[in-house]
Design a protein. Structure first.
Length: 106
């Protein structure tokens, strides 16, 4: 037996401007399902509440485009990797970038 493939057109429920340029990474928090993080070519990581169309926090520090963004399971930390190979970790509880948490990879 086989299952038919059905293709449905995308439905746009809301459009938001996430970054000044391209969005290269997006992650939805697994704990609540209500927290969204995006990374972009503007070197920023933006944090969103899925219930609000506005960015609730913009995290800076990268000097090259952000290519990867992850939230840890309790949604306390955001980890972002950039095109230059640097990795930054933001503590959302403290709302800052711990200076000891800037890493680099080859």
């Amino acid at each position: 037996s086989w299952l038919p493939v059905v293709t449905l057109p995308p439905i746009l429920s809301q459009e938001i401007v996430a970054h000044a340029s391209n969005v290269s990474s997006l992650v939805l928090g697994k704990a609540s399902g209500r927290l969204l993080a995006t990374g972009g070519d503007d070197c920023r990581v933006n944090l969103w509440s899925v219930n609000k169309p506005n960015c609730i926090m913009s995290l800076t520090g990268h000097t090259s485009p952000v290519e990867s963004v992850r939230l840890n399971t309790p949604e306390e930390l955001i980890v972002a990797g950039s095109q230059s190979g640097s990795i930054r970790v933001w503590d959302l509880e403290a709302l800052c970038l711990p200076p000891a948490e800037e890493l680099s990879c080859l």
